[in-house]
Design a binder for this molecule. Structure first.
Ligand SMILES: [Zn+2]
Length: 203
């Protein structure tokens, strides 16, 4: 049944299902059907194809709306949507969507899982880089040599920290402001993996 989810979400608009439920939308807003209120805090987001109520906090996709509004379970909601919108889902068959399309849905789902894993890694790398950056900063302040000292007498740790700090700051910037692909490339480098192992705080 899960395999119908994407198909349904792509073929039923949240506006259609909400209006078919007898809710009058004005500028995509209405009084919430799930809690009592006088000013509308229930809204639909046509682009994302979801609904959200800022009064009672509920929200979700077309299936979730149907499930809640008609007080049924997931399968019940799929059946209602199937009938209401002539989706042509045959319940006795395992899969009614074409194999190629099915693959596309599986791939999409897989990508979502992979992305979630990456987002978690990003957080851990970001924390590790910041910790390492702080450490470098401490080293630089601690070892700061008197200005008449000859270069060869500088502590090697200090010189290394000076060399590293700009690059680490740049990495921090990527983790804080970069796009998904940039971050992905960075967290896959050996250098950053090493920093992550050493400086990530285990939770
Ligand atoms: Zn509500």
């Amino acid at each position: 049944m899960i395999e119908y989810t994407e198909y349904i979400k792509e073929n039923v608009s949240i506006i259609d299902i909400v209006e078919r439920a007898g809710i009058n939308l004005k500028h995509n807003k209405a009084c919430c059907p799930f809690h009592h209120e006088k000013t509308p805090s229930f809204s639909v987001h046509p682009k994302k194809n979801i609904f959200k109520c800022f009064g009672c906090g509920i929200g979700g996709d077309v299936i979730e709306f149907t499930r809640m509004f008609y007080n049924t379970d997931f399968i019940g909601a799929v059946k209602i949507l199937n009938t209401e919108f002539n989706l042509g889902i045959e319940f006795n068959k395992k899969v009614s969507i074409k194999p190629a399309e099915k693959e596309k849905y599986i791939e999409k789902g897989l990508n979502r899982v992979i992305n979630k894993i990456y987002v978690r890694r990003f957080k851990s790398v970001e924390m590790a880089l910041i910790a390492y950056y702080r450490r470098l900063h401490q080293i630089i302040i601690y070892y700061i040599p008197p200005h008449n000292m000859s270069l060869c007498k500088f502590k090697s740790e200090y010189i290394q920290a000076l060399k590293d700090i700009d690059r680490i700051e740049y990495y921090c910037d990527i983790m804080l402001y970069g796009d998904f692909e940039e971050k992905k490339r960075l967290v896959e480098t050996e250098e950053v993996k090493k920093i992550e192992r050493k400086y990530s705080t285990k939770q």
